[in-house]
Write a protein of this length. Structure first.
Length: 114
């Protein structure tokens, strides 16, 4: 589901059980809502806008994100059980920014670079 009336595209991914898997091109904003499931997103081959936001809300499930080496990554959110692991890269100030907002009970955020 995409909000066509907004100047920024928002992709809503909602499921009861199961997560969201995405490869390649991304909407400027993606929201994943699921009680059980995570988000597995690979943006290594995508042409990124200046700012991309991935928001994941679930009880159980984390975020696994792959981005190009030069991408700036910002992670925020809350998980009662789970951690954050962001692989170091070589972002430049003018590189695209990917914001990860992850909220849940079990899960975490893992960011790798390619």
């Amino acid at each position: 589901m995409t909000n066509a009336n907004s100047p920024k595209r928002t992709s809503w991914q909602i499921s009861l059980i199961g997560g969201h898997r995405q490869r390649g091109a991304a909407a400027a904003d993606t929201v994943v809502v699921t009680p059980i499931g995570g988000a597995d997103v690979d943006l290594t081959g995508a042409e990124l806008p200046p700012v991309t936001t991935l928001t994941k809300v679930s009880l159980v499930g984390g975020v696994k994100l792959r981005v190009p080496v030069e991408t700036n990554v910002q992670v925020e959110g809350f998980h009662l059980f789970g951690g954050r692991r962001v692989q170091p890269g070589s972002p430049s100030p003018s590189a695209p920014v990917v914001r990860v907002r992850a909220y849940g009970i079990w899960g975490g955020v893992q960011v790798s670079r390619a």
